[in-house]
Design a protein around this ligand. Structure first.
Ligand code: PLP
Length: 396
């Protein structure tokens, strides 16, 4: 019975990583991966995570019992406070396997209880958004304009125009900060305009917050958009991921934050989300959430974590500045200032599919077809090589 199954299309980012690992070219560079890399291009375990893991390993009170269906209480409470800056009985959280798990919960809930069928995603967006919502039963996946290729910035007017056409019972996914893949975020004034349209059209907002700390290096600054929607009285979901800001990619740590109008509405929503969890994964994994809870609930560990975030965000900033100045120094045609204006881990270079393909085939520089690069794939050792190669494909 399996013989007639069609082979699935490869997932671009994982296929690139597999090809990169096989490649024996000495100067190969991986700019496709969606994870932080240190100055030597190596995965980085945050020092605070190492420290907490060492403590956990020798703690006799810890065991491997199931967590509650909605996850670790200390984790959920601290995660919400980190995001919204305060506690309130109308906020609640459900732990899930990564940001992906929280998005899946948001999709299942809005489908089941609000009867939603249409989801608006930015054009472009993180590769998994469409699949998550369509697998959860959304039949209408609509892209709203976002990236203005000419200006290499936000197509704000196009975005608002598209959202104004949203049919009733629409969901919109908004990237809270450090938009993936473009690195282009709305300004505070623009967020206000976006909120206004969501209100007018009665669009249900799902904020995707996967990079808190990565845009500005400051956790509060990066939570601005989420706090604004909360202060405006929206009832909405925030899909919180700790994969990037704790470097806990394979531990699958996420929190679906519910902002409801009051405690009663929150309790009802959480109870239904628990039932969705029960049939999906029954209860979430412990290890990563316990690390996050330990750090967020200890003032000293929290300070150390902030230093680790600073290390990551500063390295990314430095690579942005250096790539820009190298491209300028070698006289690479075109404008490249967007590289330092964009925020977070990624830069949408503006390189087209053909140029990206040439970087891959001729220079062994692994880059997504869209021209998105992970800034931390750049290191002091490879940045000259990458700048020269970009210049070569642009002038070809
Ligand atoms: N949302 C966005 C915008 C992302 O970029 C990612 C991961 O790359 C996620 C969600 C999912 O994160 P996680 O790995 O925690 O599932």
């Amino acid at each position: 019975i399996f013989a007639d199954i069609q082979i699935a299309k490869p997932i671009e980012v994982f296929a690139l990583i597999a090809d990169y690992n096989k490649d024996e070219f000495k100067e190969k560079v991986n700019l496709s991966v969606g994870a932080y890399r240190d100055t030597d291009g190596k995965p980085w375990v945050l020092p605070i995570v190492r420290r907490v893991e060492a403590q956990m390993a020798s703690d006799p009170t810890l065991n491997h019992e199931y967590l509650p269906v909605a996850g670790l209480v200390d984790f959920r409470k601290a995660a919400i406070k980190l995001l919204l800056g305060e506690e309130d009985s109308r906020y609640g959280g459900v732990q899930a396997p990564g940001g992906t798990g929280t998005l899946r919960l948001a999709a299942a809930f809005t489908k089941k209880f609000f009867g939603c069928d249409t989801v608006f995603v930015s054009k472009p967006t993180w590769g998994n958004h469409k699949g998550i919502f369509s697998d959860a039963g959304f039949s209408n996946i609509v892209e709203y304009r976002y990236w203005n290729a000419e200006e290499k910035g936000l197509d704000y007017d196009g975005m608002l125009e598209d959202l104004r056409n949203a049919p009733p019972k629409s969901v919109v996914i908004l990237h809270a900060v450090a938009h993936n893949p473009t690195g282009v975020d709305p300004t505070q004034d623009q967020w206000e305009g976006i909120a206004k349209v969501c209100r007018e059209q009665d669009i249900f907002v799902v904020m995707d917050c996967a990079y808190q700390g990565f845009a500005s290096g400051n956790l509060d600054t990066d939570a601005w958009s989420c706090r604004y929607f909360k202060d405006q009285g929206f009832e909405f979901f925030i899909c919180q991921s700790f994969s990037k800001n704790f470097g806990l990619y394979n531990e699958r740590v996420g929190n679906l934050c519910v902002v409801a109008k009051d405690c009663d509405a929150k309790m009802k929503t959480l109870s239904q989300l628990e039932l969705i969890v029960r049939t999906a994964w029954s209860n979430p994994p412990n290890h990563g959430a316990r690390i996050v809870a330990t750090v967020l609930n200890s003032p000293q560990a929290y300070e150390q974590w902030k230093n680790d975030i600073h290390t990551m965000s500063q390295r990314i900033l430095l690579m942005r500045q250096q790539l820009l100045s190298k491209l300028k120094a070698i006289g690479c045609p075109g404008t490249w200032d967007h590289i330092t204006k964009q925020k977070g881990m990624f830069s949408y270079t503006g390189l087209n599919a053909q140029q990206s393909d040439m970087l891959l085939k001729k220079y062994h520089i692994y880059i997504m077809k869209s021209g998105r690069i992970n800034m931390c794939g750049l290191t002091p050792a490879n940045i000259d090589y990458v700048a020269e190669a970009i210049n070569a494909v642009v002038t070809e």
